[in-house]
Design a protein around this ligand. Sequence first.
Ligand SMILES: Cc1cc2nc3c(=O)[nH]c(=O)nc-3n(C[C@H](O)[C@H](O)[C@H](O)COP(=O)(O)O)c2cc1C
Length: 155
Amino acid sequence: MNSYGINNNIFQLTYRSRAAEGLTASKIMEIVGEAVTFNKQHDITGCLVFDQGFFIQLLEGEKGIVEQLYTQIKKDKRHFQFEILSKGSTSMRQFKSWDMGYISMDEYALGEKAELVSKAREALDTISTKNDFTPKVFWYNIFTLLTASKFYKNL
Ligand SMILES: Cc1cc2nc3c(=O)[nH]c(=O)nc-3n(C[C@H](O)[C@H](O)[C@H](O)COP(=O)(O)O)c2cc1C
């Protein structure tokens, strides 16, 4: 708790990785299924995005658990070339109803949601490793896309 009474006890980590070749949509859904089971038990929330052969994932929860999970995820051969885009503490989860939301940006890149996708891609390019608002802008765009689409929601 800081002097303003804000409890910054949620840790958020955003990373990007390159998906292994041959990872089909159904294999990605298997990953999401595994993630949901573990995350639900460990109070982890977040979102996984697939975009042009890359994953971008937000993990949010207790710092030790998020860091341990990220170490575990990095051992997974279904992706490689990891890059942390942002990490830091915050007072509010951005995906509090999702044990792990999932969206493929490619799927919406050409339809009526095309503008939302290009906004999200622009925001992704501006994410700074400083713990500032830039990842929040990207994830807000993704949140909008997710709720405006047929989405994967875990209640
Ligand atoms: C892109 C990607 C994202 C993942 N996200 C999660 C996650 O949020 N939570 C989780 O428990 N596992 C996640 N996994 C799966 C883990 O890497 C790993 O398979 C899982 O923890 C089971 O590991 P184990 O078989 O060694 O127990 C993810 C895997 C990939 C490839």
